[in-house]
Design a protein around this ligand. Structure first.
Ligand code: AMP
Length: 424
């Protein structure tokens, strides 16, 4: 068994990791830490839940600890760029935890809070700054800070940064950094645009990857159920009444959808909170705190807001709406089964979402088990393609619904009994 000491991390960091209860490094940590400690650039393919934050934070802290000194005024020694404020907050929390036995300062800057606070905070400078790109540029434009003293740049969740339109911000930020620096680049997926970006920011990087889609997905019990869109509220309420659900993260595609689900659950007597881009920072923090503490068992989120939500003990992820980008599914269900725990993912698939389900199965190379609707629910109207092939053939995806598709969208193999974990 490899230990953190075997990876040659300094004692105060090993102690801090032990204090967090990390006994063994995760695969991405085993692969990444030695390269990062050696000062090499790194291209890491890993999604949230793999332990990638410690994979970059621990070697960075090691470096800072070995060369202590005053943080540079109006600048930072380490710049970590993250796509969302939640993720930025969590990365900063990790740096503080893993660096608790070192005398270092960790600051965050992100949108949604008054900029004056950040301006004042940057006066003194910091050892580690975790920032979202937009707010960082605001600060630079106001001459509240420079990037002249950055020794290490981390780009976390680069694919999400691109999805969120941060490419222009990145193109402005990176040229402001010293050329001589170490760059650690992490992305869950590696589409061409990301590979190109990595190519331009990294010098002779070591490449490390934990098998993208499969690793987390493997440990998660995944089930889907065909249901008409109009029946989803009732199905969700029924599902959430299952006592086996300790903490459920429910995903919708839109912010309005998330609010609507919270209202509908409220009507059904189930308390839930929403987290999405239209919520203020204090609202998001309150919702997350309630979810984390267990006061609120159900958190309804959009994909973007859920990025970086790291709540241990999420027993169920429910895809109330199926993402049309299959990678999002992997990100979503990765919120359960974090760091070795098992989890359950349920997907509510309306007629027009069936092609998305097939895209997901293609990406993850897994067949998602189909469950039956509970008693009392009308069988979903099969997608037009399955019922009236002549009319809609051209919309029909390569294959019909899963095995057993005849008139019924339910596969013959779907177990008929009710299972304990909701509908699957
Ligand atoms: P991350 O992928 O960085 O978001 O980490 C996912 C989760 O794994 C977080 O809750 C971490 O606290 C946890 N974690 C990271 N490294 C380890 C480790 N070596 N052992 C146990 N848990 C870990």
């Amino acid at each position: 068994m490899t230990t953190f000491s075997d990876l040659a991390l300094a004692a105060p960091i090993v102690e801090a990791l032990a204090a967090k209860g990390y006994t063994e490094p995760t695969p991405i940590q085993i692969q990444a830490i030695p390269h990062a400690l050696a000062g090499r650039d790194l291209l890491g393919i890993a999604q949230t839940g793999t332990g990638k934050t410690a994979a970059f934070a621990a070697p960075i802290l090691d470096r800072l600890g070995k060369k202590p000194g005053h943080p540079p005024r109006k600048s930072t020694r380490v710049l970590v760029l993250a796509p969302t404020r939640e993720l930025a907050g969590q990365i900063a929390t990790s740096f503080r935890a893993y660096g608790q036995f070192l005398r270092l300062t960790v600051a965050t800057v992100f949108g949604g809070v008054p900029i004056n606070r950040h301006i004042r905070q940057m006066e003194r400078g910091t050892d580690v700054l975790v920032a979202t790109p937009g707010r960082l540029i605001d600060l630079i434009d106001r001459r509240a800070m420079t990037l002249d003293h950055v020794e290490v740049l981390v780009l976390d969740e680069a694919d999400q940064m691109l999805d969120l339109g941060f490419i222009h911000a990145l193109r402005r930020i990176v040229p402001l950094l010293p050329r001589r620096r170490q760059t650690l680049f992490f992305s869950a997926t590696m589409p061409a645009a990301i590979a190109e970006l990595a190519g331009s920011y990294l010098t002779d990087p070591a490449r490390v990857a934990v098998t993208p889609a499969a690793t987390t997905v493997d440990r998660i019990e995944q089930t889907a159920v065909f249901v008409d869109q109009g029946q989803k509220p009732a199905l969700l309420a029924l599902t959430l009444r299952e006592p086996s659900i300790d903490r459920a993260l429910v995903f919708t595609r839109t912010k309005h959808g998330a609010d609507r689900v919270v209202r509908q659950l409220g009507t059904a007597g189930i308390e839930a909170a929403a987290i999405h881009g239209n919520k203020s920072q204090p609202q998001r923090e309150r919702a997350l705190a309630a979810f984390r503490s267990g006061h609120c068992r159900v958190l309804v989120a959009t994909d973007i807001a859920a990025r970086g939500v790291d709540v241990p003990g999420v027993s169920h992820v429910i895809n109330y709406e199926i993402p049309n980008v299959p990678e999002q599914y992997v990100h979503r269900i990765g919120r359960t089964a974090r760091a070795g725990a098992d989890g359950v993912a349920l997907s509510f698939v309306a007629g027009d979402e069936r092609p998305f389900l097939r895209d997901i199965e293609k990406l993850t190379r897994q067949t998602i088990r189909m469950a039956e609707l509970p008693e009392g629910f009308a069988a979903p109207s099969a997608p037009a393609a399955a019922e009236a092939p002549a009319r809609t053939k051209r919309h029909r995806p390569s294959r019909g619904p899963k095995p057993g598709a005849g008139q019924s969208p339910r596969p013959a193999s779907a177990p008929r009994r009710r299972r304990s974990g909701g509908h699957g």
